[in-house]
Design a protein around this ligand. Structure first.
Ligand code: COA
Ligand code: MG
Length: 294
């Protein structure tokens, strides 16, 4: 799978931000037609996003579009406007489960056919924890068409629940959001798709961002959403295996390669077995992709 360490949100009606976004180094941009665009500017944002999709150099990274929720009148207007620009994928907010993914996939199939785009080539990122119902379906995405990424959001979920805050007095997520985050992680691995960690909205606080990146990486997320250019380099670095991690992973792989009969071995004074080999192979695959993007 093509792993995206950083996906930068860019309001789809901002000429300035769209112009800047290309040079920021994000693995993907998400041109936003939803929450960061005022309703009356959506028609303009659709036009600008289509023009951007058509004109952009894709070697700078993938280009995605965040549409409006499926139950809004904007949803089909968004898709009808932007699919002609062949986005790499569509981010679906307020996604409540595989039935929403299937509905979106069917719409995309019609539009891909209309525009002569290979059917199935446009991917889906499910933003899969933004309503009260959504967390209950997080284990059901296996086999859902087109899904490449599962991610979670704490801001809309908090609004959906009438929460006065989603963080405690120390700045840590409260239990409902920790649960949503964990279920998103399990759901992504259960479905065999990439787990993408949510945004850090406090975009001037690079120390907080780094801490969240490290926690996400530790737990198995393979990337994180960015909302500001300054966040991208921090995220890319945090989700790229370090030289020491690569050396360790290679040592694990070598140890099993030279002892093909062994189920368990000792390396640097510690027991290693099958899960360590699996993780080492994963680290090497991620490192290889990061190297190719340099
Ligand atoms: N993408 C591309 N460029 C961006 C950007 C983004 N998401 N956010 C800021 N920039 C640009 C600014 O235009 C500015 O460009 P300049 O150097 O040419 O003047 C530069 O980066 C520095 O921006 P700064 O002044 O620090 O931030 P700001 O106050 O202009 O914007 C936000 C702050 C939060 C409004 C802005 O980062 C933003 O719009 N983020 C995306 C929000 C979003 O899409 N939310 C939905 C998903 S949760
Ligand atoms: Mg939102």
């Amino acid at each position: 799978m093509n792993i995206l360490r950083s996906m930068l949100f860019v309001p789809g009606d901002s000429e300035k931000k769209m112009a800047k976004a290309a040079s920021v180094g994000a693995d993907a941009l998400i041109l936003d037609l939803e929450d960061s665009v005022a309703a009356q500017r959506r028609p303009l944002a659709r036009e600008m996003s289509l023009a951007y999709l058509k004109g952009a150099d894709r070697s700078n990274g993938e280009l995605w579009v965040r549409m409006n929720p499926l139950d809004s009148a904007d949803a089909l207007l968004d898709l009808v406007a932007v699919v002609a620009g062949r986005p790499d994928g569509i981010a679906l907010p307020k996604c409540e489960g595989p039935h929403h993914v299937l509905q979106l996939s069917n719409y995309l199939e019609v539009l891909e056919t209309q525009y002569g785009i290979p059917v199935g080539s446009i991917g889906i990122t499910a933003i899969a924890t933004e309503t009260a119902a959504a967390p209950f379906t997080l284990g059901q995405y296996k086999g859902a068409p087109r899904v490449r990424i599962l991610t979670w959001g704490a801001e809309d979920l908090g609004a959906a629940l009438g929460a006065s805050s989603n963080k405690d007095e120390h700045g840590n997520y409260t239990p409902p959001y920790v649960l949503a985050r964990s279920l998103c992680l399990f759901g992504a691995y259960a479905a065999g798709v990439q787990a993408l960690d949510t945004v850090q909205p406090d975009f001037r606080a690079s120390d907080k961002l780094l801490r969240e990146c490290n926690e996400g990486r530790r737990d198995g997320f393979l990337g994180k959403i960015a909302i500001h250019p300054d966040q991208v380099a921090v995220i890319n670095e945090a989700f790229t295996p370090s030289a020491a991690e690569i050396a360790h992973a290679q040592a694990v792989i070598n140890a099993f390669a030279t002892n093909p009969e062994a189920g368990t071995l000792s390396l640097e004074g510690k027991m290693i077995d099958k899960p360590h080999l699996k993780q080492a192979e994963r680290v090497m695959a991620i490192a290889k992709q990061a190297e190719a993007r340099r």
